[in-house]
Design a protein around this ligand. Structure first.
Ligand code: AMP
Length: 262
């Protein structure tokens, strides 16, 4: 689903469901499209037959929240986590700057993600206005309920965490991906995350100030090993189902988290 106003992207969401569950899924996606404050001028829902599988099955990344109390400390801790995952400090700084000012050439938010060299910070995505949208990923039904219950035990009840964890799990398993950085463009939603196979899904309550409508995603890659076409093909077209959950740890002070890694 994608919704927009005057050609400006407002929201998007992905589902993979059985043929018989299409009606319910469409209803849910329309409700999602209408729920972001702005009244959309267009809601586009594309339904594609993916065959009967087998799909790639993945276990969700482990989840932890670092209690950085404000945006400055949030971004600082996020940079450290990116560094642990294999992103240079310079590339992390460049990524944060792009997300803060609006990463499309026109200064707005992109519909998809930047692809960035994890060492130099150079942008590699073929279309800088649009970026790359990860698509065709979802929880299987049982695992979806399971992770929602598990996330609720650590206070994470927002649908955004549930959806972003599925996306981040697919992205972290992409060939050549080192890490992902994300914060939302929703002015009311200040949380964001760094995700990688090395660190899991590391969440921060504040990666931007309340009221800020700039946000986006950066997929950091190892430029020496990626084959851009294969990476894009995986992100956009390979169907991935999340069929098991990872660990969900209670929130922790950033210093304590970094201590456990040294
Ligand atoms: P959201 O978390 O939905 O607020 O999205 C925040 C930003 O992440 C958007 O402005 C896009 O730039 C980017 N984004 C959202 N969905 C995707 C996706 N499926 N693949 C890649 N980037 C995305």
């Amino acid at each position: 689903m994608r919704s927009s106003v005057a050609d400006k992207h407002i929201s998007g969401a992905e589902r993979i469901v059985e043929y018989t569950a299409i009606d319910n899924a469409v209803q849910e996606l329309v409700t999602r499209a209408k729920g972001k404050g702005l009244v959309p001028e267009q809601i586009a829902i594309t339904i594609e037959f993916l065959g009967s599988g087998p799909f790639r099955m993945l276990t969700a990344l482990d989840v932890v929240t670092l209690n950085a109390p404000d945006m400055i400390r949030g971004r600082d801790s996020a940079s450290q986590v990116l560094h642990i995952a294999g992103v240079s400090r310079a590339a992390a700084k460049t990524a944060i700057r792009h997300l803060s000012v609006g990463s499309s050439p026109s200064g707005g938010n992109m519909r998809g993600a930047m692809i960035m060299d994890a060492q130099t910070g150079e942008r590699l995505e073929p279309d800088r206005e649009r970026g790359i949208r990860a698509s065709r990923y979802d929880w299987d039904e049982e695992t979806s309920h399971k992770i929602q219950r598990k996330l609720a035990t650590i206070g994470l009840t927002h649908y955004r965490t549930h959806e972003a964890l599925a996306l981040a799990t697919k992205v972290a398993h992409a060939p050549g991906i080192i890490a992902e950085l994300c914060w939302s463009d929703d002015p009311d939603y200040t949380a964001g995350y760094v995700a990688s196979l090395r660190t899991g899904y590391v969440r921060f309550p504040f990666l931007k100030q309340e009221g800020d409508d700039k946000g986006g995603r950066v997929f950091f890659v190892d430029r020496d090993t990626i084959v851009m076409n294969s990476l894009i093909l995986y992100l956009q077209t390979e169907a991935v189902l999340i069929t098991d959950i990872g660990e969900c740890r209670p929130s922790i002070e950033p210093e304590d988290y970094f201590d456990t890694l040294t």
